[in-house]
Design a protein around this ligand. Structure first.
Ligand code: ZN
Length: 198
């Protein structure tokens, strides 16, 4: 038996396909939206479509941006010879919020996970290696301290070592399995300051 109209069902189905949204939350959101003025819902829909169509990867660091080069890479005052490698744009945002890191970033968009079938070719690794053709002093690996993050860190360090470029890993003051974005700024900075050569 159909509990709600077909349109509501479709809406609930779409919403519950989003990460972290279970069926109950999807129902709550669907009813909330239905009760909003049409204008308000249209604005939300337009915002979703605009974000999807206008946002792209920075051509240097691969974070999300609406320009060809993100504001960090375009900033001449940043230290372009120090590259911090992170798994995703949320981790970049976490370090950026501390306001203390002056280098640039490289966003991998994932981590190597043999279990999930994610290999080196599935993340932005080739792109990182290509950047090392330029003048780079240090690559700071700030992937998460999960199994995938550690595997990725090892893999990257093996790739970079032969180039003679300094490779460091942020200290593991960061709890195991912890996502960088959930960690407070003091811990993040301590992890950065305590980084070790690989
Ligand atoms: Zn960038």
């Amino acid at each position: 038996m159909e509990l709600y109209s077909g349109y509501i069902n479709k809406l609930i189905e779409e919403l519950s396909s989003l990460p972290g949204i279970g069926n109950k939350s999807a129902q709550r959101l669907a009813f909330h939206l239905i009760n909003q003025p049409e204008e308000r819902v249209r604005r939300l829909a337009d915002t979703l479509v605009d974000a999807r169509s206008k946002v792209r990867y920075c051509s240097d660091c691969f974070t999300l941006t609406d320009r060809d080069t993100c504001p960090i890479c375009a900033n001449a005052n940043r230290d372009h010879k120090t590259i911090m490698v992170v798994e995703n744009p949320r981790d970049l945002a976490a370090y950026e919020k501390t306001g203390k890191y002056e280098g640039v970033y490289h966003v991998l968009h994932g981590a190597i996970s043999p279990m999930l079938g994610i290999g080196p070719g599935d993340i932005k690794l080739k792109e990182l290696i290509a950047r090392l053709q330029k003048d780079v002093d240090e690559v700071i690996i700030a992937t998460n301290s999960s199994l995938e993050g550690e595997t990725t860190a090892m893999y990257i360090s093996k790739l970079i070592k032969p180039t003679g470029i300094r490779v460091t890993r942020i200290a593991s003051g960061v709890p195991v399995g912890g996502d960088l974005e959930n960690i407070d700024e003091v811990t993040l900075l301590r992890a950065l300051d305590g980084r070790k050569d690989l």
